[in-house]
Ligand binder design. Sequence first.
Ligand code: FAD
Length: 355
Amino acid sequence: MQIQENIALAPLTTLNVGGPARFFAEAHSERDVQQALAYAVARHLPLFVLGGGSNLVIADHGWPGLVLKIALRGIEFEGDTQKMLFHAAAGEDWDSLVALAVNKSCAGIECLSGIPGTVGGTPIQNVGAYGQEVSQTITRVRALEIASGNIIELSNADCGFAYRTSRLNTSMRDRYIVLEVDYLLHRGGAPMLEYGDLQKFFAEQGSSAPPTLPQVRDAVCAIRRSKAMLIVPGEEDCRSAGSFFKNPLVSAAEAGRIQELAEKRVPEKPLPRYPGEDGKVKLAAAWLVEQSGFTKGFARGPVGISRKHALAIVNRGGATAKDIFAFSEEIQHRVFDLWGVSLHTEPVFVGFTAT
Ligand SMILES: Cc1cc2nc3c(=O)[nH]c(=O)nc-3n(C[C@H](O)[C@H](O)[C@H](O)COP(=O)(O)OP(=O)(O)OC[C@H]3O[C@@H](n4cnc5c(N)ncnc54)[C@H](O)[C@@H]3O)c2cc1C
């Protein structure tokens, strides 16, 4: 395994901002991962584990230690006529795994079509979209424990999945390098069609036959493309980290207070609200952002809001991480001042302490 020096990180991310990695290595095997870890430990270098770079804001001065890009490949599957267990290496492209599963008539991750990034990135924030989350299918995460160098296995319960979070990005953050993830899918299962946008898509098609798995995958990709949530090379609105803010979970009383405010201020724009975890109400962050003046296409110098999606902060060309950070803070402050709601960021900020 080769250790490289001063490697630009911005091109390895979808947002395309940030400085270089002081040291950089690409792991194609578990042995590479172990060697890279030993290299970092021996030199007291801080380690950052890079997947597909689709959920990152890298600081302008870059990363002072070792960036380890996970490039482990391989997918195996086993099962019977009803269930199929997919073992996927962490460096596999996530959407290719979804395509393979759909081709094999396996249901469970079809609504997660078109999400960029790697398999190893999916358990970290419990990737989800259109009514599905990986927590519904992950049965095991195989990982290297950074402190001990041991390979361990985490069950679904060990991961502590919840909305856009897991223990891997909270209490056990930076403790493991994910090597392989297992997903248990339903062979011959029906696609999930719970999400309003998807139901509307098929209603507009006017077909009475229930959609198939490939049709749902195609529909999800088409909807995502219309919102620039599917990476299309060269398209400016895709130069983002996806949704920049999580949908806030608030108490029913709090939701009632915000709804009253919304009815007074923007009666023509009803506040979207959905049932959340633990009896809470999930509000639409996109609505709050737009109703605070940051409408689609809003620009602040080289950064702005995507023209197709109010939740995506876009690098319009030449933006720095500092620009992105300042703009996201401006949005958070305005939303809080106007609606009394704290928006929490979704992407991972890397190397920001000294910015
Ligand atoms: C256009 C667009 C649309 C998106 N849509 C969605 C969506 O619908 N739903 C959704 O949930 N997300 C979405 N995202 C966010 C992103 O795609 C996911 O979070 C994805 O799973 C990140 O994976 P990655 O491999 O790119 O991780 P990276 O961005 O490289 O890293 C993200 C975090 O995961 C850690 N990590 C990555 N790989 C490993 C590993 N092997 N071991 C340990 N830690 C690791 C990193 O250290 C970092 O903390 C979108 C992003 C974009 C750009």
